[in-house]
Ligand binder design. Sequence first.
Ligand SMILES: [Zn+2]
Length: 148
Amino acid sequence: MPQMSDIPAGECLLCGGTLTGVHCLGHWSEYGGGGGFWFSALCQTCDIDFRLSIRNGIFATWRPDAPEASELTSIVGEDGLAALTAKFKRYATFGPKWQSFLNRRRDGDEVWRFASANGLHNGFAIVRCGLPVSGFRVLGFISAGVLP
Ligand SMILES: [Zn+2]
């Protein structure tokens, strides 16, 4: 596992502040012996989680724990959000997660649907000033039954 002192300090893409609370989220292994680690950190000013991956010893860069802008498909209006909230309330797992996802919005933030490029996830993203800053992910194979 990489030493904490090796982890590059992260800077928030929105406010330029220093990310805090860096910790290891876990690791993965790949066929052929490769693998890597995930680290997480927070911009307290913006309330945005960031992730950093280290694959086979190579550090990626800190980026928001959110879908890519290219994965966004359509914006969700207030009516759509109300309908989703009513739907997710019926699920013990999705209801509270959805509520805490929505609670991270700030004035002017938008909610968009997204579909991941690898087809594994669908869901929703909070978009601030054109940048996805938070994600609500649903595994592709469940989303057909859950997402309206
Ligand atoms: Zn920030």
